[in-house]
Design a protein around this ligand. Structure first.
Ligand SMILES: [Zn+2]
Length: 296
């Protein structure tokens, strides 16, 4: 039986991207952009799990993945989930100039709008890559019409990260307008910071510790999953015959790391959903921004 803590909601998100595309590009396999069948079965499993739990999530959609799999993005919308933006090509924000970042956002948004007919309000940076060296990114996001960002993640594993001004949702001033920030769940526990919001971390932690950490992380902290973490089949990169031994070793390592997260994600999410109401970022934004946008 559920004992939902209604005073402690959490924000649920999916970084919607094609793991096979990204790994194959990273290790330099030719034809890496060719869409495969994996994202379809991963998305089906993920949407079924969200329906089972009776929750809606925000899908931060990568433009490149959406162009390869437009029907899947349509399914996500049809099942009632919010569509956000994960950029277009999944290159770190800190590796781009402001003009390149603006162009990446525009391309992603045009792709998403063409498929869904909706304008995404929120943004999540690839690998949480808005760092101290590129805090200008918030101004670009505001300038491009985004209402909120969900990229701050105070994880010790992210170099030069921007520490959130507050663990919960908070307004930031950018380009003369308000951009809301929704940080990922991090517990400041007795032994230091423990990131508990991402399914890749759930692979390394007992479920009880994740739940304790989420209680400590505060209300409206962010959770994130990836479709590949719900894959009903083991992840294999699938390399063409002409692949070097080094590329094969790299691909095998990525598979081992990701399969550990894949085995744990559904049971941990079920345990979280038994204790906390899970809502979309858009719903949270509508609620927190009420009263701050009303002018005189
Ligand atoms: Zn991503």
């Amino acid at each position: 039986m559920r004992h939902l803590d209604h005073d402690h909601e959490l924000l649920l998100s999916v970084d919607f991207e094609d793991w096979h595309q990204l790994v194959r590009r990273r290790i330099g396999v030719s034809g890496w952009a060719t869409p495969g069948p994996a994202l379809g079965r991963q998305t089906a499993a993920l949407l079924d799990l969200l329906d089972e739990l009776g929750v809606k999530a925000t899908f931060f959609v990568l433009g490149m993945a959406a162009r390869a799999h437009p029907r899947l993005v349509e399914h996500v919308v049809a099942r009632g989930h919010e569509i956000g933006c994960h950029g277009d090509t999944h290159l770190p924000v800190f590796s781009q100039s402001p003009a390149e970042f603006a162009a990446d956002l525009r391309t992603a948004r045009e792709t998403i709008e063409a498929i869904t007919g909706r304008r995404p309000l929120g943004y999540r940076a690839p690998a949480f890559s808005i760092t101290e060296n590129c805090a200008w990114a918030y101004g670009v996001l505001a300038d491009q019409g985004f209402a909120y960002d969900a990229s701050q993640h105070d994880s010790p594993r992210i170099r030069d990260r921007i520490a959130p001004a507050s663990a919960g949702p908070h307004p930031m001033q950018a380009e003369g307008t308000t951009l809301w920030e929704f940080p990922v769940a991090v517990w400041h526990g007795p032994r230091g910071r423990l990131p508990v919001g991402g399914a890749s971390y759930w692979a390394l932690l007992p479920t009880g510790l994740v739940l304790r950490g989420l209680r400590g992380a505060g209300s409206m902290a962010g959770l994130y999953l990836h479709p590949h973490e719900l894959d009903p089949q083991p992840l294999r990169v699938g390399l063409p015959a002409r692949t070097s031994p080094g590329q094969r070793a790299h691909a095998a390592l990525r598979g081992v790391q990701r399969n550990a997260a894949r085995r744990r994600a559904p049971e941990v999410l079920r345990a979280i959903a038994e204790r906390h109401p899970l809502i979309t970022y858009g719903e949270a934004h509508a609620r927190v921004s009420r009263g701050t946008t009303a002018g005189p």
